[in-house]
Write a protein that binds this ligand. Structure first.
Ligand SMILES: *Cc1c(COP(=O)(O)O)cnc(C)c1O
Length: 375
C-alpha cells in the first residue's frame, strides 16, 4: 500500500463521487427549469465537504449557494468566484451585520429585528445592500410571522436601502406529495408575496423540485437530493448515489458456542463464529441504534453486524467467508450503491440527512471524479 495515500492510515473513508454529484445537480436543474437551482452547503455540505462540493458545483454552473452560519459563509467565500452568491440562512446574529458585508455574504433576514439591523447598516452605505427575506408559511421555524409581515407593510421604511434578492419560505412536508401541508404553505406564501414588493421568489427544497412546477418559482434550493438522498417518500429514488463508506478490518478472531461479543454481551454465539472488528463506531456517527442490525459488504458478500456498536469499532460475523479472505487492513463497505444512506437511515430509525451529517471528522473524505463529465 502506498503510505503517501492519506487513506493508508485511515480507519474509515467516505468516498464522494463528484461526477454523480454534478449529474444530480444537472438533473435537478433540468427538472426545475426555468427556475435557477441553488446548492445548499450547510453543515459542511451535509458532511461531504463544502469546499470540494461547492467548487465542483460551481464548475457545473451553479451560482447560488446556501449555508446556515456566518462562519460557514466566511470559510466558503474565498473558494468560489465573486459571481457566486452565498446566502446565510440564519441571518446575522446581532452585531455581526458588518461581517456579512465585508465577506460578500447575503443574509437571509428572518425577523423584524434582523431586518431593522440590516436597514441600519444600509443607511450607512452609499448603495442598497442585498438581502433575502424569509417568511414563515406554516413551518413555525424561521421567517417573518403574518403579524411581522403586516408590520413591514405598515412601515415600508423598514426595507429602504435593502436590495431584496429573493423572498423565500420553506416547505415542511415536500417529501410527502400527498400532504395537504404543501398546498396550505403554497397558498400562504402566494398571499404574502402578493402583498410585498415584487422580487424573485424561492420556496422549494430538493423534495419540492418533485412537486408540481408551480412550486418552483424563480429559485429552488437543493441539498439532500444532490447528495443522493431520495427526495420523495415511497417513490423510486431518481438520484445517483454519491457516497460510499468503507472501514478497515482491525483484527479477526474465532469464537466458540456460548462466547459473547462486545459491551453488555450484546451478542452470544450459538456455534463457532468468525468475528471481524472494524474501525468505525458511534463516535464516527455510526449509530449505536444499529447494534445487531447493520451489515457490511465483504468481497461482494453481505455479512451481519453483531453485538453492540462501540465508540470506535463494530463487530461483523464473517463466518460465511474463508478466513484468509478477511485480512486485517482490508476495507469493508458500509454504505454502497445497493445499501444507501436511506437504507442506513431506515435501519437506525432516522433520515438520510442525519446519517450523512453524523459522519464524523475521523472519517477521511476522499473525492473521485471531477464533475466535468456530462451524463
Ligand atoms: C436545508 C434547507 C434546504 C435544503 O433542503 P433539502 O431537503 O436538503 O434539499 C433548503 N432550504 C432551507 C431553508 C433549508 O434549511
Amino acid at each position: 500500500m502506498n503510505m503517501n495515500w492519506p487513506g493508508a492510515r485511515a480507519g474509515a473513508i467516505v468516498t464522494i463521487d463528484l461526477d454523480a454529484l454534478c449529474a444530480n445537480y444537472r438533473h435537478l436543474r433540468a427538472s426545475a427549469a426555468p427556475a435557477e437551482c441553488a446548492a445548499v452547503l450547510k453543515a459542511d455540505a451535509y458532511g461531504l465537504g463544502a469546499v470540494a462540493v461547492g467548487v465542483a458545483l460551481y464548475d457545473a454552473g451553479c451560482r447560488h449557494f446556501f449555508v446556515a452560519h456566518l462562519d460557514e459563509g466566511i470559510a466558503l467565500r474565498p473558494c468560489l468566484n465573486r459571481d457566486a452568491a452565498i446566502f446565510v440562512l440564519h441571518g446575522p446574529a446581532p452585531g455581526t451585520e458588518n461581517e456579512f458585508l465585508q465577506n460578500d455574504l447575503v443574509p437571509v433576514l428572518n425577523s423584524i429585528e434582523q431586518i431593522a439591523a440590516w436597514r441600519r447598516l444600509a443607511r450607512a452605505q452609499a448603495h442598497p445592500i442585498p438581502a433575502v427575506i424569509q417568511v414563515d408559511s406554516g413551518m413555525s421555524r424561521m421567517g417573518l410571522s403574518d403579524a411581522e409581515v403586516d408590520q413591514l407593510l405598515h412601515d415600508p421604511n423598514l426595507i429602504e436601502g435593502i436590495a431584496l434578492q429573493f423572498l423565500m419560505s420553506h416547505l415542511a412536508c415536500a417529501d410527502m406529495p400527498a400532504s395537504r401541508m404543501n398546498q396550505h404553505q403554497l397558498a400562504r406564501f402566494r398571499a404574502v408575496r402578493a402583498r410585498l414588493p415584487a422580487c424573485p421568489v424561492s420556496l422549494a427544497n430538493s423534495s419540492g423540485i418533485f412537486l408540481p412546477d408551480h412550486f418552483h418559482f424563480d429559485l429552488v434550493r437543493a441539498g439532500a437530493a444532490l447528495y443522493g438522498i431520495a427526495p420523495t417518500q415511497g417513490s423510486v429514488n431518481p438520484m445517483r448515489p454519491v457516497v460510499r463508506l468503507q472501514a478497515r478490518i482491525i483484527q479477526t478472531r474465532t469464537i466458540g458456542a456460548g462466547e459473547q461479543v462486545g459491551y453488555a454481551s450484546g451478542y452470544i454465539a450459538k456455534e463457532v463464529r468468525q468475528i471481524a472488528t472494524i474501525a468505525i463506531g458511534y463516535a464516527d456517527g455510526w449509530s449505536r441504534s444499529m447494534s445487531n442490525r447493520g451489515c457490511a459488504l465483504v468481497h461482494g458478500i453481505r455479512v451481519p453486524q453483531v453485538g453492540n456498536i462501540s465508540m470506535d469499532s463494530i463487530t461483523l460475523d464473517v463466518s460465511v467467508l474463508p478466513l484468509d479472505r478477511v485480512a486485517p487492513g482490508q476495507f469493508v463497505d458500509l454504505i454502497w450503491a445497493e445499501h444507501t444512506v436511506d437504507d442506513i437511515a431506515a435501519l437506525s430509525g432516522t433520515i438520510g440527512y442525519e446519517v450523512l451529517t453524523n459522519l464524523g471528522p475521523r472519517i477521511l473524505r476522499q473525492y473521485v471524479g471531477d464533475g466535468a463529465h456530462p451524463d
